[in-house]
Design a protein around this ligand. Structure first.
Ligand SMILES: NC(=O)c1ccc[n+]([C@@H]2O[C@H](COP(=O)([O-])OP(=O)(O)OC[C@H]3O[C@@H](n4cnc5c(N)ncnc54)[C@H](OP(=O)(O)O)[C@@H]3O)[C@@H](O)[C@H]2O)c1
Length: 343
């Protein structure tokens, strides 16, 4: 059998984009020591320089995640901070201004979204951010930068939970706690997309919205104990844990023998594995990994309308402290995003 040689585009087929000037200093939100939201301040700071495996991105919008607020307060990933002042933020959407080489898949001028080096440093609450090229994908064309910035960490987590860990499939019964938050609203949609029967917990006006996202059953966590009504499920994706109440412990009792419990706020219940083993339930924690290939898949799902991102509130970069205060209320529907620059 003969193989035809592949016709590869010649490198001369693509005209390198004009270089984009990058200022030596940029505006960024920093904090000087762990503290409450008031610890965040806007200042001028040196623009970061990428190494060869990274792109430098002009940030147009930056997503806000609970891990940012936890890290700011001295928990979360604060041990990874190498020095202060430090800039928070993993999610971004923007434009590549420095690329490793002319014909790189993300050349100068490409609209991208992705995650800054996670969990090492972050830095997307700023006008420029460096990101590993493997943590970046082309921005979904149908989304604004504000919408795209709400996607990466939360949607990658949801994909990791629903697709890679729970292997969502037709007929599988999945209970998702906190279905209306950043991770939850993607998890509900992805689980339903792959055919699972989704039950989600939430409260107030989010209940009707959870149905719109694809949940077959919604449970008002403020009026109903989920274990009284949910029956037996195959999988619990727990975005709450045991920090605020006993959501984690009570979840074990609703999972069938051999079913799966996934704890997402990983430090919230040190004894989860023993409790699950005693009930003959499999259990695991989960930690998100930036992945440009999965992000590109998510971009296709977003552009096709199979899933959507919901941005609850947008704050200017200068009001990052207000964004953190809002997030820490614990009632975000979908995502909170910082607007950094004009597209
Ligand atoms: N391990 C990892 O890799 C990883 C990755 C991402 C996130 N996380 C963690 O996962 C958790 C969720 O993240 P997120 O971004 O989705 O947070 P989020 O957007 O702040 O979640 C907000 C939602 O949580 C719901 N909620 C709050 N308390 C609840 C309770 N007791 N029961 C049910 N729902 C409750 C609220 O729903 P209602 O207002 O409708 O009640 C709200 O819509 C956080 O702790 C985060 O740090 C871990």
């Amino acid at each position: 059998m003969k193989f035809r040689p592949l016709r590869l585009a010649s490198v001369t087929d693509s005209t390198p984009a004009e270089p984009i000037a990058v200022p030596e200093e940029m505006r960024a939100v920093v904090f000087d020591a762990p503290g409450d939201a008031d610890a965040l301040r806007v200042t001028a700071t040196p623009t970061p320089a990428p190494v060869l495996s990274e792109v430098l991105v002009r940030v147009i919008a930056a997503g806000v995640n609970p891990i940012d607020a936890k890290t700011r307060s001295g928990a979360g990933l604060s041990a990874a901070i190498e020095g202060y002042p430090s800039t928070l933020g993993f999610d971004f959407s923007g434009v590549v201004v420095t690329s490793p080489y002319e014909t790189h898949p993300f050349p100068v001028g490409t609209e991208v979204f992705g995650m800054a080096a996670f969990p090492r440093s972050g830095g997307s609450y700023a006008e420029y951010v460096v990101a590993p090229t493997l943590s970046v994908a082309r921005k979904p064309t149908s989304l604004s930068h504000v919408e795209a910035a709400g996607v990466p960490l939360a949607a990658l987590t949801a994909w990791g939970l629903v697709v890679e860990t729970a292997h969502a499939h037709e007929g599988q019964r999945i209970l998702i706690h906190a279905g209306s938050g950043g991770v939850g609203h993607f998890a509900v949609q992805l689980a339903a997309y792959f055919g699972a029967h989704v039950t989600a917990t939430g409260s107030g006006p989010n209940l009707g919205w959870l149905r719109e996202l694809g949940a077959s059953v919604v449970i008002d966590r403020l009026t109903t104990r989920f274990e009284d009504v949910v029956g037996e499920v195959d999988v619990v994706i727990d975005l709450v844990g045991n920090t605020h109440d006993t959501t984690g412990s009570r979840s074990i009792g609703v999972i069938r023998r051999g079913g799966l419990y996934v704890l997402v706020p990983t430090g919230s219940w040190p004894g989860y594995a023993e409790a699950a083993a005693a009930a003959t339930v499999r259990a695991t924690s989960y930690k998100v990994t930036p992945d440009g290939v999965v992000l590109a898949t998510l971009a296709r799902l977003l552009d096709s309308g199979a899933i959507r991102v919901f941005v609850d509130r947008v704050f200017p970069l200068s009001e990052a402290a207000a964004a953190h205060r809002e997030l820490e209320q614990g009632h975000t529907r979908g995502k909170i995003v910082l607007s950094v620059a004009e597209a």
